[in-house]
Write a protein that binds this ligand. Sequence first.
Ligand SMILES: [Zn+2]
Length: 267
Amino acid sequence: MQMHRFGFHPGRIHHIFISHLHGDHVFGLFGLLSSMGMSGRKAPVNLYGPPKMQEVMGQHLKFFGPLPFELRFQAPGDPDKVIFEDSKVTVTPIPLKHRVPAFGYLFREKEKELNVIKEKITSLGLGIADLVRIKRGEDHVCADGKVIPNSKLTLPPYRRRSYAYLSDTLYDPSLVRYVKDVDLLFHEATFSERDEKLAVQTMHSTSVQAAMLARDARAGKLLIGHFSTRYRDPELLEREARTIFPETDGVKDGNTYSIPLVRISRE
Ligand SMILES: [Zn+2]
C-alpha cells in the first residue's frame, strides 16, 4: 500500500533485502508479496535475509496458501562475500549486533564503461573493435604504430557510487571498515543521546552514535531513522546527530535520495 502511495510499482521489484526478523522489519513483506500475487505476478522474487526467514515464510504460506510465483531464499554468508550482483551493482552483507541475527547491506555500483570523446572517433577513424577496447581502458595503436594513451581518448571515469543500510544495531565502531567512504549511509538512531543506556539494553543506537559512525567512515551523507515513538520531536535526534556529523537528515518512509554521478578528476 505504502509503495503505491509513493508511486513505486511493486512489479519492478525482483530482490528484497531483509535485515532481521523483528516485526517492524518483516510484517510489511507479507502484504507486499500477497499484493504482488494478486496483481498476477509470475516472475520469481529473491529474498535475502537471516536463515530463519525461509522457515517463517514457509509457516506463513502454509496457513495462507501459496503464492503464484516462486520465492528464492538466500542467507548472507561472509561479510565480504557478494550476495547479489548484476551488470550494474554488487551487494554485500554487513554483520550487525542486535538481539537476533541481523545484517546490513552495502550496495556498490560497478565500474562503468568509459565514454569515448566523440571528435576522436572521426579524427582517428575509430572502428567498433577499437571503441570496445578503448571503452575497456586500453590505449589505441594507430596504423603507423603510434600509441595514443587512453586518457587522451576518453572522458574521465565516473566515481562508483555506494549506499549502505545499517539497521538495527548496537553502536559498533568496527562497522567503519565495511562502510568506509560510502556516499550515503543509513544508520538507525532509535534513541536520543540521553537514553544511551536504553540503547545498549535493547541493542539499538543513539543519534550521536550513528553520527560518530558516519564521521569515522567519512561518509558523504548520513540518513537516520527508526526513531522511537517516545520522542515527540523527532527533529531532536537530527539536531543531536548534526553536532557530530552536519550532513545528516532524519528520514521518513517515502523519502528518496539520489547520489549524483561525478567524474573523477584526472589532474
Ligand atoms: Zn529489531
